[in-house]
Design a protein around this ligand. Structure first.
Ligand code: 5GP
Ligand code: ZN
Length: 136
């Protein structure tokens, strides 16, 4: 566990998150500042900074959960498409230095589902996480 890492804090239980999925090696939870409704993050339980460092076995487990969560999110929010984002390094847009994949729903008719980053209410995120869990 890395000091001051927000995802290690969630993995250890010292910070809370709207949890969608967890097992021994992988966690999935709602992004606090969603790009769109249903935006989920998939992270390794162990602290690896980025794609270059994460062991291939862990990467395989992460991507398997990305697939499952993507299908469940698409169904839950009625998305027309799903974007998978994985940033490595600050110039790529990585802010949290703990490997993670973004599952971001996309909608054909922009405006029908809120776009743009806003700090989402935790109750709203908890409800969304519960709905996604049911579709996993
Ligand atoms: P990055 O830009 O590093 O690829 O994305 C980091 C993501 O983590 C951002 O979308 C941001 O909203 C999200 N995030 C940062 N801190 C927290 C947190 O403490 N809890 C949750 N649920 N999401 C976070
Ligand atoms: Zn970490």
């Amino acid at each position: 566990m890395a000091d001051q890492c927000p995802f290690c804090s969630i993995a250890s239980g010292s910070s809370s998150a709207s949890m969608v999925y967890e097992d021994n090696n992988v966690l999935a939870f709602m992004d606090l500042n969603p790009i769109s409704v249903g935006h989920v993050l998939i992270v390794s339980r162990e602290h690896w900074e980025n794609l270059y460092e994460v062991p291939e076995e862990t990467l395989g487990e992460l991507i398997a959960v990305v697939k499952r969560v993507a299908i469940a999110v698409k169904k839950t929010v009625g998305a027309d498409g799903i974007k998978i984002i994985q940033n490595n390094g600050r110039c790529a847009g990585q802010v949290v230095m703990h490997i993670h994949f973004h599952v971001v729903p996309c909608f054909s008719q922009k405006g029908t589902k809120r776009y743009g980053r806003v700090m989402e209410n935790r109750n709203v995120l908890d409800e969304m996480a519960q709905k996604i869990r049911k579709n996993l």
